[in-house]
Design a protein around this ligand. Structure first.
Ligand code: FES
Length: 97
């Protein structure tokens, strides 16, 4: 099973391949916002994969709809395919206003 580390929170564990990053956060107790509950409509579940980004599933068209910056993914859409190191990404307040 892939090893998953939330580097900014000191949380780690092993989860089945295909688990979404949001599911991993919930299972491991990492803090990751999910206002829409994983429907892909809020973009509050942003993460940056800083170790082995190639071990996340390809970017979904839904993710391209948001201007999140290079390497930033939606945790509810990105699936874990191998060992990864992640950081949660805070949305600038101006985006939420
Ligand atoms: S939880 Fe809302 S877009 Fe991911």
């Amino acid at each position: 099973m892939p090893k998953v580390v939330f580097l900014d929170q000191g949380v780690r564990g092993e989860l089945p391949e295909g688990t979404t990053v949001l599911e991993a956060a919930r299972h491991l107790g990492a803090r990751l916002s999910s206002i829409c509950g994983g429907a892909g409509t809020c973009s509050t579940c942003r993460v940056e994969c800083v170790v082995n980004p190639q071990n996340l599933s390809p970017v979904e068209p839904l993710e391209d709809a948001y201007d999140m910056g290079s390497g930033v993914r939606l945790g509810c859409q990105a699936r874990i395919l191998g060992d990864v190191g992640l950081r949660t990404v805070r949305i600038p307040k101006a985006v939420l206003d």
